[in-house]
Design a protein. Structure first.
Length: 167
């Protein structure tokens, strides 16, 4: 690869002449920067000229599509939408048949009715209490000493004082 700086030889070494290198001479470096900036501006102008032509080419390509191609693309998009709607309907039907809420139905995983039904059954097993197993009831004595104290503030204070002194 050749180096853009003319003060370098193709092998990457500096030539043997006494010319100053562009990065060592501020005036030469400034001139090189100005040259590159002008070159960049020229490229930017050329890009600006070509952008409308590129847009026109894109329009021509779209116009060149046959009516059959456009209809095929629309049909494919409609099929994708129908498949998605069908899947949502099956999920809703399975959830309704199993008595699931909307939030529970959103958790169902599967692509066929059978897979969704199996997943719904597993979900129901996970959230329903096991047969013969009672749901845990809260313990009414939790958070208290198990003694029922009077609602009288003087009695409460006496109980606290008694408990504190007899520990």
């Amino acid at each position: 690869m050749s180096h853009p700086d003319p003060t370098f030889a193709p092998d990457g070494t500096a030539p043997q002449d006494d010319r100053p290198r562009s990065w060592e001479d501020p005036a030469a470096a400034r001139a090189e920067i100005e040259r590159l900036a002008a070159e960049l501006a020229g490229h930017a102008a050329r890009v600006a000229e070509l952008e409308p032509a590129a847009a026109e080419l894109h329009q021509l390509q779209e116009a060149g599509k046959t009516e059959a191609q456009r209809l095929t693309e629309r049909a494919e998009a409609a099929e994708r939408q129908a498949d998605q709607t069908r899947a949502e309907l099956v999920r809703a039907q399975v959830a309704h048949s199993r008595g699931l809420t909307e939030r529970q139905a959103a958790r169902l995983v599967g692509t066929t009715r059978e897979e969704l039904e199996a997943d719904a059954d597993e979900l129901l097993v996970d959230i329903a209490p096991a047969a013969g197993r009672r749901l845990m009831q809260p313990d009414p004595t939790q958070g208290s000493s198990g003694q029922h104290t009077a609602a009288d503030p003087a009695a409460l204070f006496t109980g606290i004082l008694h408990n504190t002194l007899h520990r």
